[in-house]
Design a protein around this ligand. Structure first.
Ligand SMILES: NC(=O)c1ccc[n+]([C@@H]2O[C@H](COP(=O)([O-])OP(=O)(O)OC[C@H]3O[C@@H](n4cnc5c(N)ncnc54)[C@H](OP(=O)(O)O)[C@@H]3O)[C@@H](O)[C@H]2O)c1
Length: 401
């Protein structure tokens, strides 16, 4: 067996998810049975100061020779970097990804990929022109749990998927939690609102089960009908959005299929932090697959067939350095059990594997699918009358944000 190839990462931004991702990235891939790639962090950049980047590198446990930069412009010039992970608010993804691609760097960019589909298309074009790898970091798609669900579907276990119900909602009190309206969850200048932040996962489950599993040669984009409730305090961000989708399919493939994707900042998928009701239900004539909340990091599935068969699976704990390691990861103040990874390393493994194999796109969500999902969100925003400031909707590069 050949030895694992090392991918050298640069981290662009030092906020919450950058910390979670980078800590996961530095876990030995062998702990999850991955032997073809290894990861190292060679640099990080903060838009505010080099000292913040330095602190970040210490906090995540990067090697002491990793470089700390006080600007993203310096980071992209570092010739030791193979790929840059972008973890700024979605309003900034387009400008930041263009900066990286223009400098000849491969990119893994957080969700939502961009603010709109035009920006996503422009990034795809730029990556193609430069011969670079580009992938949206929808980590959930790379979970073994997601692979299992997609395999259940393609093996015909529940018959052709007829309907998907998918929710990703978070019971916050937005007026209290984000009082000044500046936080990226509610701030229109940062493309705030439920749709782009949380609804992307509701759509991820719809697309990975009902679209991605279809033959790429014949699958068609869905028709979309949406209701969007604006968040009163900042006016131009959604607090709740509901999307009905119709996926046209041939009669041989099961005919048209429907989905309902929902998201909210104010109500829960299941109240009180419980995960006892499925937030995602994938239904076919022979049965149903249930996925339990949260939609972005699920750990439990249930297959219920019409013949009475029930198969429950618990996917926790996720792999990691393990008990006794004294190592912790988590997100937003939440901590996983000691030694348990968050699950962001699987998307990093895929990006690194693509680099080794010379692929320019991710295996479980190519750029055309990311663009299509952005098109759906554009249509939802159009129907709901939600437009963000021009400087973050534009494809003009560079634009100062
Ligand atoms: N995959 C997931 O599970 C997951 C979870 C949460 C968030 N996300 C995505 O990751 C992205 C970042 O989210 P986050 O929760 O990490 O946000 P965050 O904690 O607010 O961090 C964002 C970072 O971006 C940088 N930044 C640059 N310009 C900024 C500006 N004008 N305003 C605010 N920050 C700015 C800052 O770092 P420096 O200036 O130091 O570089 C900041 O710390 C979002 O697109 C979000 O959707 C993904």
């Amino acid at each position: 067996m050949s030895s694992p190839k090392t991918t050298r990462w640069g981290i662009l931004a030092t906020g919450g998810i950058a910390i979670t991702f980078t800590k996961d990235l530095l876990v030995d891939p062998k702990t999850r049975g991955v032997n073809n790639v290894k990861h190292t962090v060679v640099a990080a950049a903060s838009s505010s100061s080099a000292s913040r980047a330095e602190q970040f590198l210490k906090d995540v446990g990067a090697s002491s020779d990793a470089k700390a930069y006080g600007s993203y412009e310096e980071l992209v010039k570092d010739s030791n970097i193979d790929i840059i992970y972008i973890a700024t608010p979605h309003s900034h993804h387009y400008q930041n990804a263009m900066l990286c691609l223009e400098a000849g760097k491969n990119v893994l960019c957080e969700k939502a990929f961009t603010v709109n589909a035009a920006q996503a298309r422009a990034l795809k074009e730029k990556a193609k022109e430069k011969g670079l790898f580009l992938m949206e970091a929808v980590w959930t798609r790379y979970f073994p749990l997601s692979i299992y669900v997609r395999e259940l579907i393609t093996s015909g276990k529940i018959g052709p998927v007829a309907r998907v119900l998918s929710d990703n909602s978070m019971a916050t009190n937005p007026e209290e939690t984000w009082k000044d309206g500046k936080h990226r969850m509610v701030n229109p200048d940062l493309a705030g609102g439920a749709l782009l932040d949380l609804g992307i996962y509701s759509l991820t489950w719809v697309f990975q089960t009902l679209y991605h599993t279809q033959d790429p040669k014949t699958r068609k984009p869905p028709q979309v009908l949406a209701a969007l409730k604006s968040y009163g305090a900042t006016k131009a961000a959604d607090e709740q959005t509901t999307i009905v989708l119709n996926f046209p399919r041939s009669d041989e493939a099961g005919g048209d299929a429907h989905a309902v994707a929902t998201t909210s900042l104010r109500i829960a998928t299941t109240p009180g932090g419980n995960a006892d009701a499925p937030g995602i239900r994938i239904q076919g004539p022979k049965g149903e697959i249930q996925v339990f909340p949260p939609a972005f990091r699920p750990t439990r599935t249930k297959l219920i067939l019409s013949d009475g068969t029930v198969e429950e699976k618990n996917w926790a704990p996720f792999p990691g350095p393990g008990a006794g390691s004294g190592w912790y990861n988590g997100f937003g103040g939440g901590k996983n059990a000691v030694g348990e990874g968050h699950g962001m390393f699987w998307e990093a493994d895929e990006a690194a594997t693509a680099l080794v194999e010379g692929r320019k796109e991710g295996k479980y969500e190519g750029l055309d699918e990311s663009i299509l999902i952005m098109e759906v969100m554009d249509e939802v925003r159009k129907q709901g009358g939600l437009q963000y400031p021009e400087k973050i909707e534009t494809t003009k590069y560079p634009t100062q944000l």
